[in-house]
Ligand binder design. Structure first.
Ligand code: C5P
Length: 227
């Protein structure tokens, strides 16, 4: 089943401490962004990628696309101050229907099987997000003091991709913008309109490259050829 990806890549990655966009950092000699784009480039069901970039990084990214033979980027839009604004810019640039996926450029290890399942579930039910079950004991605390141990069986750690019927995502994004609501993922924007969102079980190695330790983990993953 075909889909289009909206990919925010316009962050600054301050927690990585690289001093520049962390997506340019290399894993096994290839930039993180090129790894992530490569997953979708190689998926025949992906019919296009809309990329949100920082205006001053546009030309570097254009060269990267050429160097790594990424041909599916159909539009490059200017990102915004927050991740949600960058995704909103991608949504505005899309001119179609069907299912769209939102995927962070900083998650290069997403599996094709998870993508396909997300698209299938979103086509049928409207919205589907990738997640993994919480493995550790989870507690709710206030100012460092435990208030409650939470039932772990009900907790999921949510990742991207998040897949939606385009009309649903567009409505949710527009409403959030008009009402000044800022969420931490697109699912929140859809949930607040009362739509139900299904979780598709993903893998623990679909990590977001956020801090230096994640890079070490990423190198190990690539070397172990588990990806
Ligand atoms: O900072 P974080 O890793 O949580 O960002 C997730 C994704 O959103 C990254 O791929 C980053 O480039 C992107 N982003 C963006 N625009 C922003 C902030 C983050 O496109 N203003």
């Amino acid at each position: 089943m075909e889909y289009t990806v909206m990919m925010p890549a316009a962050g600054s990655g301050q927690r990585m401490g690289a001093g520049y966009n962390k997506l340019f950092l290399k894993l096994e000699g290839k930039p993180i962004l090129a790894h992530t784009l490569g997953v979708f480039e190689g998926d025949s069901a992906c019919k296009g990628i809309i990329l949100a970039v920082k205006p001053d990084e546009r030309s570097v990214i254009e060269s990267m696309l050429e160097q790594f033979a990424i041909t599916k980027v159909t539009a490059m839009v200017d990102g915004g101050g927050e991740r949600q604004n960058s995704v909103a810019a991608c949504i505005r640039a899309y001119d179609g229907d069907g299912v769209v996926l939102v995927h962070d450029a900083a998650r290069p290890f997403i599996r094709r099987a998870v993508i396909n399942e997300l698209v299938k579930v979103a086509a049928e039910h409207g919205a589907a997000i990738a997640g993994v079950r919480a493995k550790d004991t989870m507690k709710f605390a206030s100012a460092g003091v435990v208030e409650e141990t939470v039932d772990r069986d009900m907790l999921w750690i949510i990742q991207t991709p998040q897949a939606f019927r385009y009309a649903l995502l567009q409505e949710a994004s527009t409403r959030a913008e008009v009402e000044g609501f800022l969420g931490t993922d697109e699912s929140m924007l859809v949930e607040r309109l009362g739509y139900s969102v299904r979780i598709v079980e993903s893998t623990y190695d679909n990590v977001k490259m956020t801090t230096q330790e994640d890079l070490v983990f990423g190198e190990i993953l690539l070397k172990s050829s588990r990806i």
